[in-house]
Design a protein around this ligand. Structure first.
Ligand code: AMP
Ligand code: MG
Length: 490
């Protein structure tokens, strides 16, 4: 079924393997990208290409643009659509890649393996009523935000290229069609396990579990399935803690959008907090706030419970015992998450040692930010200056009281101001992809074909901790801006 691995990389650096396609046939279907009328490369990620062992000069030759719409397949490609299920807003459905095609796994010169996937390249066996296509705006949006997350040090799928197809995509209006080349440690999701479980195919489930741990959990190759589950849980706890620390709201944490690798995946209706509000929701369809900012840790746990359910046949031969083991593991999620979260928040406040009251100190600051409607990113960055260590950065009595406690706390660790500032400035970003700037850049790109704003924003968000740079990208949205809304499946 799968093509033979290449004996050596091609001139462009392609070196594709297909370990996923060696899984039981239940997990995928053959697929073929739809022909595009006219392939045009819009953005290309030189640095990512180099890290994959690909040659950016060769790949940006005009005749190579067709690679990034699927008109031309890289040597050794074996295009497939992956099968999966998922709980969408709590409801179980069978899904699969309806608009994504996996070309293969690029083996890098340093021995890593990355999925190369085209998103928006036409219908597959799993498209149901969908057209399999994507519009330029949302693909540019995924490119921007995934690259911003990477620069912020958060595990994420990445974006190699966006190319237009020369075809129209019809949503509420006619839009330019485009394909995103997505790069991921893998696209194995909680929903992939749910797919195997729904088919009651224990052998397939075990093959998937073994494949996943070999691929993503070095050291766990020989471990029990339960230990593997713990490792997955640990990675999700760490990931969601990192999201909260930069004010990220994924927006659609369905179980099909949770990757076992621990990478952030599926940038649909995601957004970043501006003023701090734990109940913040941006997605137009998330009426109940299921995926609100502070709901993300309990939702991660809920999703992991669905993974545990799917893995029950692997956890113990006695079903009752398996459920007990799963529950015991899941009970630990909250504690694991809280430790990751508090560690990260300590770092944001410049702390290097631990004191019993640190959680209270962090919470008091967050409560003050909430009550006084402070910008999340801006507040932490404002604290990260020499002057702000010494004197309250906000003229406010409540803040002054908190500042005195923080200053006293900082004095009870060994580090001097230089070390504290270094820690804070390398963990509190100055630039995040501000919602209003992202919209502005996408509008200029899609409506006027002008990528200058997009490229300027991309340059800023890929240097998020730089001390200087255009203030245009650090300011919160202008007062009186309408509430920001994001959309799914665009
Ligand atoms: P998402 O909300 O992006 O996680 O997508 C949920 C499911 O819908 C996945 O199975 C997607 O492959 C599928 N899907 C989303 N958009 C389309 C489309 N335009 N055509 C076909 N399938 C789609
Ligand atoms: Mg998805």
């Amino acid at each position: 079924m799968s093509a033979d691995p290449l004996e050596s990389p091609t001139a462009a650096g392609w070196n594709l393997d297909h370990s996923y396609s060696r899984l039981p046939g239940l997990f995928f279907r053959k697929a073929a990208p739809a022909p595009a009328k006219n392939s045009g490369l819009v953005v290309f990620n030189d640095a990512l290409a180099v890290s994959l062992g690909l040659n950016p000069e060769t790949l940006q030759q005009p005749d190579q643009a067709a690679l990034f719409t699927g008109n031309l397949l890289p040597p050794g490609a074996n295009p497939i659509a992956q099968a999966y299920a998922g709980h969408q807003f709590g409801h179980f459905t069978t899904l699969g890649d309806g608009r994504a095609i996996l070309l293969g796994e690029q083996l890098t010169p340093d021995g890593r393996r990355f999925d190369i996937q085209l998103k928006g390249s036409g219908r597959t066996a799993f498209s149901r009523g969908g057209d399999g296509l994507a519009a330029l705006g949302p693909m540019l949006r995924e490119y921007l935000i995934s690259e911003a997350m990477h620069a912020l040090g958060i595990p994420t799928t990445r974006s190699l290229a966006v190319a237009t197809t020369g075809e129209s995509v019809f949503r509420n209006e006619e839009l330019p069609g485009a394909v995103l080349t997505r790069v991921a440690a893998s696209h194995i999701r909680v929903g992939t396990f749910q797919w195997a479980a729904a088919h009651e195919d224990r052998a397939a489930l075990e093959a998937l579990a073994d494949h996943t741990r070999r691929r993503h959990f070095p050291g766990f190759e020989e471990a029990s399935h339960l230990d593997f589950f713990h490792a997955v849980m640990e990675r999700q706890a760490s990931l969601v803690a990192k999201w909260l620390q930069v004010g990220f709201i994924h927006g659609v944490m369905n179980t099909d959008n949770m990757a076992l690798s621990g990478e952030t995946i599926d940038y649909g209706p995601c957004a970043f907090l501006d003023r701090y509000d734990p109940t913040a929701v941006f997605s137009s369809i998330d009426h109940a706030g299921r995926y609100a900012y502070s709901a993300q840790p309990p939702i991660a746990r809920w999703n992991l419970a669905r993974l545990a359910e799917a893995m029950i046949p692997l956890l113990h031969e006695d079903g009752k015992k398996a459920v007990e083991l799963a529950n015991e593991a899941l009970h630990q999620f909250e504690g694991i998450f809280q430790n990751h979260w508090l560690d990260g928040m300590r770092t944001k406040l410049g702390l290097s040692n631990e004191e019993a009251d640190d959680r209270v100190l962090v919470q008091q600051l967050l409560d003050w930010m909430h009550q006084s409607k402070q910008d999340f990113t801006g507040t932490f960055r404002s604290l990260s200056t020499e002057a702000a260590l010494d004197q309250p950065a906000f003229p406010d009595a409540a803040f002054a009281a908190w500042h005195a406690a923080w200053k006293a706390r900082l004095s009870r660790q060994a580090d001097g101001p230089a070390e504290i500032l270094y820690r804070m400035q390398s963990h509190n970003p100055r630039v995040i992809p501000r919602n209003h700037k992202v919209e502005e850049a996408l509008n200029t790109a899609t409506q006027h074909g002008d990528l200058s704003a997009f490229n300027k924003l991309l340059a800023a968000i890929t240097q998020p901790f730089a001390e200087t740079g255009d203030d245009e990208f650090t300011a919160p949205p202008p007062a009186g801006s309408p509430r920001y809304q994001t959309f799914c499946g665009t």
